[in-house]
Design a protein around this ligand. Structure first.
Ligand code: 13P
Length: 251
């Protein structure tokens, strides 16, 4: 059985007061059984989020993760944050290979693989993001693009390590556009990812991301290979995010 995971990716949004009020409101609305929750705030608010998430009636239910990590363990790399530092302040997860990092900051499959390895070195759980562009989908390349993205990490880390991580399928054309993949479109790719991971992939949580909201979460999460969501815009509203979390069921 895979325990579903619903994760909030705040991207470059938030402030000290937003972090405080989010956790207060989320804790009031969330009754949390049968689902794991993670929040990925901007790096400067990670420490505060760790503190806030350890309080109240949902202490330790919510895991905190970073949106990015250096592929280097430490040294003269101005502006970078090492996996060990992220772990040191109490985070347990890190996003690697988000399409915004791939497309806006030129992160290659090789760099994503190196970041995945850096996360593992510090005992962080990587959430490996994969997904195709609209052009790639229209050219029928979805499964091969996603397969390549996965393969370069499998080549570096091995199948077992990738299967023990979390995968997030986020079609680029569905991110921040209000256009969600249909549950069937998402299921098709999730099924292909699980097949590619073989037997170890039976335990892998594969999240869907791209315009998830409370209104479409039920239909997406009830697909057999969708084990939760990676939520951007809708996660900035604690009430909406907790409604999405409540839609996740164990499978
Ligand atoms: P939206 O939910 O805003 O489409 O963002 C999805 C995403 O990129 C989460 O990582």
């Amino acid at each position: 059985m895979r325990v579903p995971l619903v994760a909030a990716n705040w991207k470059m949004h938030g402030s000290r007061s937003f972090v405080a009020s989010f956790f207060e409101e989320f804790s009031a609305g969330f009754s949390g059984t049968g689902v794991e929750v993670a929040v990925f705030p901007p790096a400067v608010y990670l420490d505060q989020a760790v503190q806030e998430s350890a309080r109240g009636n949902f202490a330790n239910i919510v895991a905190i993760g970073a949106q990015n990590v250096s592929h280097k363990a430490g040294g003269a790399f101005t502006g970078e944050v090492a996996a060990q530092m992220i772990a040191d302040i109490g985070c347990s997860l890190v996003l690697v290979g988000h399409s915004e990092r791939r497309n806006l900051y030129g992160e290659s499959n090789q760099l994503v693989a190196a970041k995945f390895m850096a996360a593992l070195e510090s005992d962080l759980i990587p959430v490996l993001c994969v997904g195709e562009s609209l052009d790639e989908r229209e050219n029928g390349e979805t499964v091969s693009v996603v397969g390549e993205q996965l393969k370069s990490v499998i080549d570096a880390a091995g199948l077992e390590k990738v299967a023990a991580a979390v995968i997030a399928y986020e079609p680029v054309w569905a991110i921040g556009t209000g256009v969600t993949a249909t549950p069937e479109q998402a299921q098709e790719v999730h099924g292909a990812i699980r097949e590619l991971l073989g037997e170890p992939g039976q335990k892998t949580r594969i999240l869907y991301g791209g315009s998830v909201k409370a209104a479409n979460a039920d239909a997406l999460f009830s697909q057999p290979d969708i084990d939760g969501g990676l939520v951007g815009g809708a996660s900035l509203n604690a009430e909406e995010f907790s409604a999405i979390c409540k839609k996740a069921h164990s499978s």
